[in-house]
Design a protein around this ligand. Structure first.
Ligand SMILES: Cc1cc2nc3c(=O)[nH]c(=O)nc-3n(C[C@H](O)[C@H](O)[C@H](O)COP(=O)(O)OP(=O)(O)OC[C@H]3O[C@@H](n4cnc5c(N)ncnc54)[C@H](O)[C@@H]3O)c2cc1C
Ligand SMILES: NC(=O)c1ccc[n+]([C@@H]2O[C@H](COP(=O)([O-])OP(=O)(O)OC[C@H]3O[C@@H](n4cnc5c(N)ncnc54)[C@H](O)[C@@H]3O)[C@@H](O)[C@H]2O)c1
Length: 453
């Protein structure tokens, strides 16, 4: 006998958890189904623990900058407090009791287990069947994808999930994949003494960002002693006597640990999508502006292919909730999706890269300013690597994309995210006052650098 409810949420990533609470708060009966941890990847295996690593690694780097600028410092990096902070403060030893209680406290019924759509508006979890009068909200997220490399399966390689549980920094590590996960973790471990080599199949790091971003991260990595091998695809992996050997294009790399950071696959298999006319083998679930994927089905988060970020998951949750409740509002817009790669230098970016804008045949004009040449960059000295790049649609006189790489690059991005989101005129950006001597003042210099400035 099916149990009648208003909404079933399958998967409690950041957006699903938020949406379930809001829908219950609006008076609906909500069942929320989660097979692992309430809150999803971000708080337990991704954003939060990795940013704790990054923060600790930044402290080490700053300590090492003291000589020559502020006296003497004896820096002896130790992973123990990093691991303890992740275990105790971030993840509660990977226990979601607090999050689960918070959710049920909002009136949501939490059902542990794997949810599966068994008919339109029907979800089954371990023999319990729920009829969702208003519909089903999918937020099942992604899992680490392991590439089809000979010998890899069956070896004790790490993904982000094992890396955040590390109790010590390994002596050496190969990082397979020079995307966001790869570069953030490579630098964090390296600053705690791990000898790291990043192996990336494409010609540059951070291939989805501006080429200048990948080149900058490579330059800083090589200066810090991190090996960067781009244009190299792994052929074979072996694990023996506690060591990994990676064979790639004639080269042979050996390390204690292998971190696979080659992207994610959506958690769609076995979800019963065929019952609502969707494809479980697709790379993403197509959604409209209100996050509707099918009749009585909404989808949010990484599975929608609109940017794998917690802020996108949360943004979409708010819109889906509004639509489920039948309220009016603006449809989702993705022209100003901000993103930050938390390396040092931080790589902030919003909107389109120059290449993406050109692919869309937009009339493009760009400007790049080296942060080291700004007053603040010169004052900052050690650790001042960075740049600001602007991508203008000349026809409209607005920015369609921007990158802010450097110290606090993710914070400086805020100003340009507003500009891209509100389609502020470049003329207005040229006429405003930028505080001296800030890093963000370089935005003014970059705006002047757009031809016609
Ligand atoms: C190492 C790393 C660092 C990151 N750092 C950042 C960052 O700094 N900032 C940022 O914005 N983003 C970051 N991200 C991305 C971020 O983690 C995701 O975008 C975010 O978690 C949103 O994902 P989601 O809402 O789609 O769901 P997820 O967080 O992936 O959660 C989905 C949930 O659904 C559950 N589930 C799946 N299938 C079922 C089923 N059938 N039944 C029941 N439950 C199911 C899963 O167990 C999981 O708990 C990072 C990612 C990684 C890997
Ligand atoms: N700070 C943040 O916001 C943050 C941090 C981490 C992750 N994320 C999100 O998680 C997503 C996934 O990150 P990711 O780094 O796993 O994926 P990614 O897609 O960003 O990068 C994966 C990289 O691995 C490379 N690769 C694939 N197969 C390979 C192979 N066989 N050998 C060598 N290289 C190979 C790809 O060319 C690519 O550069 C990101 O796109 C991002 O949206 C966000």
């Amino acid at each position: 006998m099916a149990e009648e409810v208003d909404v079933v949420v399958i998967g409690l990533g950041p957006g699903g958890e938020d949406a379930a609470g809001r829908l219950a708060g609006a008076g609906l009966s909500v069942v929320a189904v989660e097979s692992r941890l309430v809150g999803g990847e971000c708080p337990y295996y991704a954003c939060v623990p990795t940013k704790m690593m990054v923060r600790a690694a930044g402290l080490v780097a700053d300590g090492e900058r003291v000589p020559g600028m502020a006296g003497e410092a004896d820096v002896r990096p130790d992973w123990t407090p990093v691991a303890a902070r992740i275990r105790d403060e971030a993840t509660d030893s990977w226990d979601d009791t607090v999050a689960a209680d918070r959710l049920t406290g909002k009136g949501v019924e939490l059902v542990r287990g794997r949810g599966r759509i068994t008919a339109p508006r029907e979800v089954t979890v371990d023999g319990r069947t729920f009829r969702a009068r208003r519909g089903i909200l999918l937020n099942t997220g992604t899992s680490p994808a392991s590439p089809p490399i000979e010998g890899l399966d069956g070896t004790p390689y790490w993904t982000n999930r094992e890396a955040v549980q590390a109790t010590e920094a390994p002596a050496s590590m190969i990082v397979l994949g020079g995307g966001v996960v790869g570069v953030e973790l490579a630098q964090a471990f390296s600053r705690f003494g791990t000898r790291v080599t990043v192996v990336e199949a494409s010609e540059r790091l951070l291939v989805n960002e501006e080429p200048e971003s990948g080149e900058l991260v490579r330059r800083v990595f090589e200066r810090e002693g991190i090996g960067v091998r781009t244009g190299l695809r792994a052929d074979r992996v072996a694990h023996a006597n506690g060591e990994f050997t990676l064979h790639a294009g004639g080269a042979e790399l050996v390390a204690d640990r292998l971190l696979v950071a080659t992207g994610r696959r959506p958690n769609l298999k076995g979800l019963g999508l065929e019952h609502v006319g969707l494809d479980e083998d697709a790379r993403s679930v197509p959604v409209d502006g209100n996050l509707r994927a099918a009749d009585g089905v909404w989808a949010i988060g990484d599975i929608t292919g609109k940017g794998q970020f917690t802020h996108v998951s949360m943004y979409q949750a708010a819109i889906a909730v509004r639509d489920v409740l039948g309220e009016e509002g603006s449809p989702a817009a993705y022209r100003a999706v901000p993103r930050v790669t938390f390396t040092e230098p931080e790589i902030g970016a919003v909107g389109m890269t120059e290449a993406q804008a050109r692919e869309q045949n937009l009339p493009v004009r760009t400007s790049v300013v080296d942060l080291r040449e700004s007053a603040r960059g010169w004052i900052h000295k050690s650790g001042n690597d960075g740049f600001i790049k602007l991508v203008e649609n000349v026809e409209w006189g607005v920015l369609v994309g921007a990158t802010t790489a450097g110290p606090s690059g993710g914070e400086i991005l805020g100003a340009l995210a507003v500009a891209v989101h509100t389609e502020a005129k470049v003329t207005a950006l040229r006429e405003m006052i930028y505080a001296y001597p800030t890093f963000h003042r370089a935005i003014g210099t970059a705006v002047d650098g757009l031809a016609g400035g």
